[in-house]
Design a protein around this ligand. Structure first.
Ligand code: BJW
Length: 238
């Protein structure tokens, strides 16, 4: 089956790759729905990644993101991230890389024009619409940093549940899905929408790369049960 998918990659004029947390697992970043470790073991990440959780307990949610930022800053892109960047460099305009990941590892591997659907964990933004005081005075440090005058808080610039995705990015991802000959869906459980819907709107063959069953397996022309950093270099070689 790997040879068959490799032949599809070679034949495809427009390849889309949609990645999720499993893409970075071999770099040492836990997947989103993996059991949390240590301090965070008792929290459900799905409950923490919401605006209401942040409003209810800003220090705790800020600290969760600070912990993850620190962990991600220490890891490196893996052979899968590098194989995607190298393929795009060898084949300009053939690959559209769409990621749900907020870790920036595709970009650090050298991929350009990555469509990051859920933002970047290293960026912050204001929780509430900033007033003149937020924009004029230096941000006061804290957990989270805040405006010393009105108390408005900084929050991670990621897309939480119930929030809209960046429209231009989602538009570009949908267009690519609707024009592709082949979509590789790598390391995502396929439970979170609208990202998962991209695999269902793909015009080309869909291939799942994942060691476990996913919610998108029924949409696939082929399912490769394996790991991203092992399979992508084989599938993307010339
Ligand atoms: C490996 C591996 C290896 C392991 N190699 N693989 C339609 C139907 C139902 C619900 C909805 C719907 N449309 C919208 C919704 C609601 C909601 C949603 O989808 N809920 C579902 C949970 C039911 N969606 C939203 O709220 C979205 N917004 C939205 O729709 O706005 C419009 C709107 C607004 C208001 C009202 C109504 C509509 C926003 C979604 C934002 C998701 N944000 C997060 C957090 C980002 C910040 C952070 O990281 O903290 O994004 S949640 C989390 O899930 C994160 C991920 O990007 C995302 C996807 O997870 P992913 O990547 O699939 O990870 P895992 O852990 O689930 O899976 C890892 C996989 O890797 C596993 O399969 C492993 O087997 C595999 N693996 N090692 C390859 N080596």
């Amino acid at each position: 089956m790997i040879e068959q998918v490799h032949a599809w990659v070679r034949a495809a004029k427009r390849v889309v790759v949609l990645t999720g947390a499993g893409m970075s697992a071999e770099s040492g970043v836990p997947t989103f729905r993996d059991a949390q470790t240590g301090l965070w073991a008792k929290f459900d990440p799905q409950q923490l990644a919401t605006e209401s959780a942040f409003r209810a307990n800003p220090a705790m949610v800020w600290d969760w993101y600070a912990f993850r930022r620190e962990m991600i800053a220490k890891v490196e892109p893996n052979e899968g991230h590098r194989a995607l960047a190298a393929f795009a460099a060898r084949h300009p305009h053939r690959l559209t890389l769409i990621t749900q990941n907020v870790d920036g590892l595709h970009q650090r591997a050298g991929s350009e024009g990555v469509l990051a659907l859920h933002g970047n964990i290293f960026d912050d933004q204001w929780l509430d619409t900033p007033k003149a005081c937020c924009l004029s005075a230096p941000v006061a440090p804290g957990n989270p940093p805040h405006c010393a005058q009105c108390g408005n808080k900084r929050r991670p610039a990621v897309v939480w549940f119930g929030e809209v995705l960046p429209l231009d990015t989602l538009d570009a991802a949908e267009t690519a899905a609707c024009e592709c000959d082949l979509m590789l869906v790598v390391g995502t459980s396929g439970v979170v929408y609208p990202a998962a819907g991209l695999a269902r709107m793909a015009t080309g063959k869909v291939v799942i790369i994942n060691p476990e069953a996913t919610e998108l397996d029924d949409a696939a022309a082929a399912v490769l049960r394996g790991k991203a950093a092992q399979l992508l270099p084989q599938l993307l070689k010339d």
